[in-house]
Write a protein that binds this ligand. Structure first.
Ligand SMILES: Cc1cc2nc3c(=O)[nH]c(=O)nc-3n(C[C@H](O)[C@H](O)[C@H](O)COP(=O)(O)O)c2cc1C
Length: 151
């Protein structure tokens, strides 16, 4: 059994809707052999990261950066994870109201440092998530889960 860890900061209804869609995609019955574990970014720990085989990251864009909560997560896990999690697959979703460029740069820089492997480019939604946005969230979750599924 593989483990897919969702680390998310979910302070608003828009992010709640995106999180639930990502989680539903990750846990779809169509993919077998993957257990989904979910942790708020402020409580996720290095052991959670080491015990997982892949990651889904969710955050709002705040002040041109990742949320403080997701930054705190990375601050906690960075060095303990560096040697053991190289090449593990991840996906990410971000929610903002205008401009996610700074947050995307930060995410790229951190995950490049960790040598995590993006299964697909980060998904950015601005404003109220439309049906197509939530479908894209579902696809993101399912795609990362499928990457982990045993053949
Ligand atoms: C302090 C603060 C700073 C923010 N900075 C940005 C920003 O730089 N870029 C952006 O696109 N959205 C920004 N936002 C909007 C948040 O990303 C948005 O409020 C969050 O994703 C929750 O979405 P919702 O309020 O529509 O439910 C900011 C929000 C707050 C509270």
């Amino acid at each position: 059994m593989k483990t897919l860890l969702i680390v998310h900061h979910t302070p608003s209804p828009s992010l709640r809707a995106m999180y639930e869609a990502v989680r539903a995609g990750a846990a779809t019955d169509e993919i077998e052999g993957v257990e989904v574990v979910s942790r708020p970014a402020l409580t996720a720990s290095a052991p959670d990261v080491l015990e997982a085989d892949g990651y889904l990251l969710g955050t709002p864009v705040n002040l041109g950066y990742l949320s403080g909560a997701l930054k705190h997560f990375f601050d906690q896990i960075y060095y303990p994870s560096l040697d053991e999690t190289s090449r593990r697959p991840y996906g990410a979703y971000l929610h903002g109201n205008s401009d996610a460029a700074g947050a995307l740069r930060a995410l790229d820089s951190i995950t490049t440092g960790l040598r995590w492997r993006a299964v697909r480019p980060p998904l950015v939604v601005n404003g109220d998530p439309a049906k197509a946005d939530l479908e894209a969230c579902w696809e993101l979750g399912a795609t990362v889960a499928a990457e982990l599924a045993p053949l």
